[in-house]
Design a protein around this ligand. Structure first.
Ligand SMILES: Cc1cc2nc3c(=O)[nH]c(=O)nc-3n(C[C@H](O)[C@H](O)[C@H](O)COP(=O)(O)OP(=O)(O)OC[C@H]3O[C@@H](n4cnc5c(N)ncnc54)[C@H](O)[C@@H]3O)c2cc1C
Length: 277
């Protein structure tokens, strides 16, 4: 099986154009599981890990954005400057798998798989991230809300590669929380990212619908109440409204009813945490 290891975006997009059935790989923590379970049979693989611009991240305070290359691993997001700029992403990164998975797994791979349980995805949704896509001849940038179109489905075209994401900085508190069947090494059965910007709350829900769900009605309600008026009972009501916006299903990880309950509890807790800081 040929494995191409391009060292530039230009080479990578050309290789993909010349080998349309090739499978892309970054950390391989999703792809190799699929191969091991006989769900995918790559004849050609294009590895994206050696492309320098995919490995970089930078904080542009002047423009108020953070750019993260698609091959940056979770381990880099967990600590340091990147974690200070994007605390919710750091919290989400810390919950992913084990240290080995976090050393290899990437945002590009989480976006490529696009599972509703992907831990980075509610954060990208709540922070209004933009996903950058390139083919041999085109480049485009897509808001996360338009990128994820269904469970494990996204709007990436077969000849496109994700180079990274741009995430606008927020000026208020942000946090992420998830519930799983145990405390570590666990795929979420419900997750929530809550971010505050210019005094307004944004909330995004994972694992409780076919895509990540922005709790738009809950956001509108809490923003009309005002953060200064958040009491425990207001936070409880917010959780109820978030719960009503979720669209979970029963599956091997959880029941829909438990997911609905959990997502409401997480939203209540995150809102209280946000206003207490
Ligand atoms: C033991 C274990 C525990 C895990 N725990 C978690 C968890 O807690 N939370 C969680 O969210 N995930 C978890 N995962 C899943 C996985 O680690 C993440 O989804 C990770 O982000 C995948 O990144 P990767 O670089 O390894 O992707 P890969 O496996 O390399 O790729 C995943 C998919 O994305 C495509 N792809 C990769 N890079 C690009 C790109 N630049 N452009 C376009 N398409 C691309 C690939 O073709 C493939 O379809 C776990 C996996 C394992 C094996």
């Amino acid at each position: 099986m040929p494995v191409f290891i391009p060292s530039s975006l230009t080479d990578a997009t050309r290789l993909l154009s010349n080998n349309p059935s090739a499978h892309l790989v970054t950390g391989g923590t999703d792809l190799m599981v699929e191969v091991n379970f006989n769900h995918r049979h790559p004849e050609t693989v294009i590895s994206l890990r050696k492309i320098p611009e995919f490995q970089h991240w930078n904080i542009d305070n002047k423009s108020g954005v953070v750019h993260i290359g698609s091959s940056v691993p979770y381990a880099t997001m967990e600590h340091g400057e990147l974690a200070q700029a994007l605390p919710a992403l750091a919290e989400a990164a810390r919950t992913v798998g084990s240290p080995q998975i976090r050393a290899a797994g990437s945002l590009g791979g989480n976006l490529g798989t696009c599972s509703p349980a992907g831990d980075s995805l509610p954060v990208l949704s709540a922070l209004n991230a933009i996903v950058h896509l390139h083919s041999e001849t085109t480049s485009r940038s897509v808001p996360f809300a338009e990128f994820m179109v269904g469970p494990k489905r996204n709007s990436r075209l077969p000849n496109e590669i994700i180079s990274g994401v741009t995430i606008p900085l927020t000026n208020g508190w942000q946090g992420y929380a998830k519930v799983g069947v145990r405390n570590a090494m666990v795929i979420s059965v419900a997750s929530v990212c809550l971010a505050i910007h210019d005094g307004n709350v944004r909330v995004a829900l994972g694992s409780v619908g076919p895509t990540i769900i922005r709790g738009s009605e809950s956001e509108a309600w809490i923003n009309s109440v005002g953060l200064e008026n958040v009491t425990p009972s207001v936070a409880q009501e917010f959780g109820e409204r978030v719960r009503a916006e979720s669209r979970p299903i029963d599956d091997h990880r959880s029941t829909a009813e438990y997911r609905r309950h959990a997502v409401g509890v997480l939203a209540t807790r995150l809102l209280l945490r946000g206003v207490q800081r």
